[in-house]
Each structure stands twice: as C-alpha cells, then as structure tokens.
Design a protein around this ligand. Sequence first.
Ligand SMILES: [Zn+2]
Length: 186
Amino acid sequence: MLLYILLCLEIVLRTLLEIRERRLTQLRGGVFAVLRLIPLVNDIVPLPENRSEVHESKFVKLHEEGHKVLHHAVLRNLMKIAFWMVAVWFMAAMMVRWNASFIEAVLWLHLAAIPFRMLFHFYCWNQEYECDRYALEKTDKKVAKAALRELAACEIPYTALFALVYREHPTAVLRSQRILNKVISG
Ligand SMILES: [Zn+2]
C-alpha cells in the first residue's frame, strides 16, 4: 500500500516540477515531459540538452582535457558500479526478507534511487565545475565568459532544480555563476 502511495506522490511532485519548469522557462515540454511523469519510464526517457551543435572552442577543449587529467570518467563509473551493487543487494533483500514480488522490488528500487540519482548529479556537477576551473586557469576570464555565453546559446535552458533532478550537467548559467561570479544572458 505504502509503495503505491509513494508512487502517486512521485507523479504529483514530478507534475509540479514540470509545471514550474514550463512557467519559468516558457518552453514546451513536448511528449518527453509527459513520459517523465510515469514511474520507471522516467528512468529511461532521454533529456535533450542542446538545440544546436556546441562549437569546440579552446575553452571547451581544455574543459574536456580536465576530465581526462582528473580521471573523472573512472570515478563516475566506479560510483555507478557501487550503485548497481547496492541495487542488487537491495532487490535481493526486498524479495527474500520482505517477500516482495520482482515488480514490487523494482518499483521500490526506482523510488529509493531518486535521491541517490540527485546526489550523483550533484557529484557530476562538481566535476564539471572543476573542469571549468581547470580551463579557466589555462585561459582567462574573457575566453571563459565567451565560451559559456556561446554554450548558453546552444543549450536548452533548464532551471537549477529541474537540472538537479534530471541532468548530469549543470546549466551554462550555473557554470558561469560558479566560475565568473556573474549571470550571463543567453
Ligand atoms: Zn564536462
């Protein structure tokens, strides 16, 4: 019973998040916005990030170099492996100790994963900020500002809260606030 109450709560909260997003960005959500409301389906719905190709500027290249130098991909993958190991343990515990059916165990896992996913996104965001700093140190504020402004123009604008729930990347606005301490307008 509790499981189904929580799933309904999830749908309500995601609906509120979508409404808030539509209001603040003035952009339509399309069919993906509807799919994001459905539990389990929303775990696999892709989130489009850019509306046009991002130009490979010097800053972008250095940012990518930062990911390599700081071994970010390895760290992310280790976190994913750790998550899946806990997930398998969680599923087994649900089914053996609590006599949950497979479907129920999957649904519980889906719910339990929501806060962990947000934490994972927060962790990824910090990696992105780290690489922006890396690129900034090798260039200057002017280059960084121009690159982030260009990125903001290519990017589909999302609010910070929406991005934290759904994206592994912070928005260009957040990134420029972080490294340049100012807001850029797309
Ligand atoms: Zn990056």
